[in-house]
Design a protein around this ligand. Structure first.
Ligand code: FAD
Length: 391
């Protein structure tokens, strides 16, 4: 191992959904930023597994505020920076067939409206307009939030990297962070499988691998990955504006909910949440995924039986016990910022999280609209009690 002695203001570990926008916004403040990524290119961890849904319509205030920020960044990206990231403002639609799901979704509307989100309960006729061909028997209505949307995670990763580099950030790929250097309670840099680098601040944005850094850092990082499968069809003519989430458990007893949308290229991109979670980082596709998914999709929208499926893949949700991310200065280690535990929403949270990390690094605190206390604190009661009901 060589020690090249390079010094940076900030080292970002991981170039994924969180690391890339973080590098971009930090570099834009004039800081000297190094991004270290163990894979061979940007966004090749779980960033590329995401189906690209972006919504602010959560029930947790921290996620709502962070995703409002993300939506601003994604929706204005092309006019601001000139690069196409596949932004499609088609909204999110949750069609409802059962009383219990109607109650759940209507129960979230007051908090969503309190934060100024444009979301409402609409009748079955409107849902049938929004989702052409949807099975109408038993359809009670649903929620629709027109300003949510979709983005291509692959295009976004490259776009954030490009802007980060334009602002002076340096990227090293195929380089794994294996340890950290410290002086007393202060982090002073990182050790990789190739070199040692000095930095005043280190940002940990290591996704599903975050817990591996607990031991070298000497703190518990409570992130446990579970794996989820997704797939994409060949393109068809645009017919479906919103991303659709069906919260019903599947009749086959294997799925908790499923969601899909048509991206800006015309492809249908889809995913389900398994009833029994697959804890761990296994990324092998299962033969049961497509038959189960196809049945769910065709029973919701029969005309989708003509779709040609192009490929499937499996990736991880980096989960915390309460389903809420950790974005905070690490306890007892000056100069270390944690941006981990994004769960099933790291792509949509990414740019908003990057703004929070930038305020942590530059101002010493995570700044939220309305100056609310940081809901993503490391030292909160992280037991599963508050786990969010939705993906
Ligand atoms: C099937 C599926 C569908 C999904 N759909 C959506 C969706 O529609 N919307 C949404 O918001 N989210 C979605 N997600 C969730 C989303 O993909 C994740 O929450 C998000 O990618 C996590 O971002 P991250 O930056 O924490 O991790 P990643 O994007 O995985 O980035 C972490 C990076 O750190 C690198 N790294 C780790 N350890 C080291 C090390 N020691 N040294 C150097 N580099 C290291 C990794 O290689 C990786 O590139 C989906 C996930 C799956 C699996």
């Amino acid at each position: 191992m060589s020690t090249n002695g390079s010094n940076y203001d900030v080292i970002v570990v991981g170039s994924g959904s969180v690391g890339n926008p973080t590098a971009c916004f930090l570099a834009q403040t004039g800081l000297k930023v190094l991004v270290l990524e163990r894979r061979s290119a940007s966004g090749q961890g779980d960033n590329k597994a995401a189906i690209g849904g972006v919504r602010a319509t959560h029930s947790d205030p921290g996620k709502i505020l962070t995703c409002i920020e993300s939506l601003k960044i994604f929706s204005t990206w092309e006019e601001t920076y000139g690069s196409h990231i596949g932004w499609k403002e088609g909204g999110y639609c949750f069609p409802v067939y059962t009383e219990s799901i109607e109650k759940l979704l209507k129960g979230m509307l007051p908090i969503q409206k309190k934060f100024g989100l444009d979301i409402d309960w609409v009748g079955p006729e409107r849902i049938a307009e929004l989702i052409p061909g949807i099975a109408e028997e038993g359809l009670r209505g649903g929620t629709f939030s027109p300003h949510d949307g979709q983005v291509s995670p692959l295009l976004a990763a490259v776009a954030f990297q490009r802007e980060a580099v334009r602002s002076g950030a340096v990227y090293h790929f195929n380089e794994k962070v294996t340890g950290y250097t410290r002086e007393k309670n202060r982090i002073t840099g990182v050790v990789t499988d190739k070199a040692t680098y000095g930095a005043g601040t280190v940002v940990l944005a290591t996704g599903a691998d975050a817990r591996e850094h607990s031991e070298p850092l000497g703190i518990d990082i409570p992130v446990t990955p579970d794996s989820h499968e997704a797939g994409i069809s060949s393109p068809v003519e645009q017919f479906l504006a919103p991303l659709v989430v069906d919260l019903r458990p599947g009749p086959e007893g294997r799925t908790a909910n499923f969601y899909f949308g048509q991206n800006s290229e015309g492809q249908i991109i889809f995913c389900y949440t398994p009833k029994e979670l697959f804890v761990g980082t296994n990324r092998e596709s299962l033969s049961e995924f497509l038959p189960i998914l196809a049945n769910r999709m065709i029973s919701l929208i029969p005309r989708l039986k003509h779709l040609l499926i192009r490929r499937v893949w499996r990736g991880c949700y980096p989960m915390t016990p309460d389903g809420i991310p950790i974005i905070d200065c690490a306890p007892g280690i000056d100069g270390l910022v944690l941006a981990v535990g994004m769960c099933g929403q790291g792509f949509m949270l990414g740019p908003g999280v990057a703004k929070l990390v930038t305020s942590l690094v530059c101002e010493g605190k995570a700044v939220f609209a309305g100056d609310i206390p940081n809901p993503f604190r490391y030292d909160r009661d992280i037991s599963a009690a508050k786990k969010e009901a939705l993906k």
